[in-house]
Design a binder for this molecule. Sequence first.
Ligand code: CDP
Length: 228
Amino acid sequence: MSRGMTGGKTGGVTGGMVIAVDGPAAAGKGTLARRLAAALDFAHLDSGMLYRAVAAKLLQAGADPADPSAAAGIAESLVAADLGRDDLRHEAVSQAASQVAVIPAVRTALLAFQRDFAEHPPGGKKGAVLDGRDIGTVVCPDAAVKFFVTAEVGVRAARRHKELIESGEESIYARVLHDLQDRDARDSAREISPLRAAQDAVRLDSSKLGPEAVFEAAMDLIASKSAS
Ligand code: CDP
């Protein structure tokens, strides 16, 4: 996938400030990243949507999500409209996304797009917030501020279950919990770009903190980094 330009640097230095938000499934990364981007007037990229779009197209084509050449072909030809599909949050797509995410050629195909977004935020914005699993470790290792958002697995499953019900999908809590544990295990165990906190990431545990408290803690940290 291409945005027309690919940058060589990895920290988004030329595009202004880059904020990386990583963490396991349903930890609240997306909520935090969206709020930060709105407050700072930065562009926001939910990198999980790229993997989800590859997975959704594969499933639609009746291909096996674990088939490296089919997955790589789709990742290489992804277009912006694919990110607007309305099935990207379905549970089947979530599982398939974490399967395609272990395929090195898929990750390589999506890397240039993510770096380009960080370095040249769309809309002339002066910075970018990217959320995912490997933003602080691989995509933007020089990001100015890195967060690793976590929460107890039961709390995360309850959140995702509620989201699915609210979006009109059928959902069984025990299955959501199982799927989430499965996905976390696959994301953490993969050889390439595994889910882990960057050494210089600040950990935010959202188990007992609401979205507002997590956002405020993150903004305080960004302010202190900008001042230093
Ligand atoms: O929203 P949720 O946390 O459930 O998932 P997501 O961020 O949309 O990511 C879906 C899947 O894509 C994850 O389970 C990962 O396998 C993969 N992913 C990745 O490998 N690297 C990223 N930077 C983002 C997502």
